[in-house]
Design a protein around this ligand. Structure first.
Ligand SMILES: Nc1ncnc2c1ncn2[C@@H]1O[C@H](COP(=O)(O)OP(=O)(O)OP(=O)(O)O)[C@@H](O)[C@H]1O
Length: 236
């Protein structure tokens, strides 16, 4: 993913200030920012929900504008709010997504079965999503986001409301995907502990990148101590 001078404002308020950013394949990147930093705005621009005021977005070498549809097809998203159909079974939810992405039905079936096994959801495939726990619903959302094998996975605070074990499982599943497919992941969070586990941390504050590097490097860039202390001080 490559962003060039990406700029977005709402009226007078600048939400993203001419942001330049490149994510290399095979990296798990945490986007750390306090409330109002511009994380959701960035995701809305990356998913084509809003248009930027200026700047360029390129996903897997495909530029928005010239190749928007193909670029969007290479993104997988887990939104902050649960976005599954509660009344449909897990399998139907996943099939629906596979159809949207034009996967042939035999391939879709194979990938759904594989994903269910990976995420420990095989016995839940026929159950309505409504009957699943919050942690398992999240796993279904992640399985769905990966079904079309995206080059870039966007996750907007995906662990909100999950217990520590479910959070750890989710993180491990993402790591496995990054290692196996060399995908890149942009994980928005305001939990410093989660950012600590990433290969690279981006600190966004008031639409500007304050720091960028490994968790240790970012801690240094922000004034040292622990990442949490440095982050809180820098974004106070
Ligand atoms: N639709 C909108 N209209 C006007 N201002 C907005 C709109 N959406 C966001 N903003 C403003 O833009 C800035 C960035 O907001 P954004 O929601 O992108 O931050 P965030 O990092 O996602 O915050 P949070 O962690 O609270 O979700 C904030 O100042 C916010 O008030």
């Amino acid at each position: 993913m490559r962003l060039k001078a990406l700029h977005k404002r709402y009226g007078e308020r600048v939400a993203l200030k001419s942001l330049d950013l490149t994510l290399t394949p095979g990296s798990f990147v945490a986007l750390l920012g306090p409330n109002g930093a511009g994380k959701s705005t960035l995701f809305q621009l990356l998913t084509g929900l809003f248009a930027p005021d200026a700047g360029e977005v390129e996903i897997d070498g495909l530029a928005f504008g010239r190749h928007t549809r193909q670029a969007l097809a290479r993104i997988g998203v887990v939104f902050q709010q649960m976005s599954l159909d509660l009344d449909l079974s897990v399998r139907r939810n996943l099939q629906f997504h596979a159809q949207l992405h034009g996967l042939p039905s035999a391939l879709a079936r194979q990938r759904i079965d594989d994903a269910a096994e990976t995420f420990g959801l095989t016995k839940d495939l026929q159950r309505a999503v409504r009957e699943l726990s919050g942690g398992n619903r999240r796993k279904v959302e992640l399985a769905r986001a990966l079904l079309h094998r995206p080059a870039l996975l966007l996750m907007d605070e995906p662990t909100v409301g999950l217990d520590p074990k479910s959070r750890r499982d989710l993180l491990a599943a993402i790591r496995a995907d990054v290692a196996a497919r060399h995908s890149s992941v942009l994980w928005a969070t305001h939990l410093v502990e989660e950012a600590q586990a990433a290969d690279r941390v981006l600190v966004l504050h008031k639409g500007v990148l304050l720091a960028d590097g490994t968790p240790a490097a970012v801690t240094e860039q922000l004034g040292g101590g622990s990442l949490e202390e440095a982050f809180v001080k820098a974004t106070a």
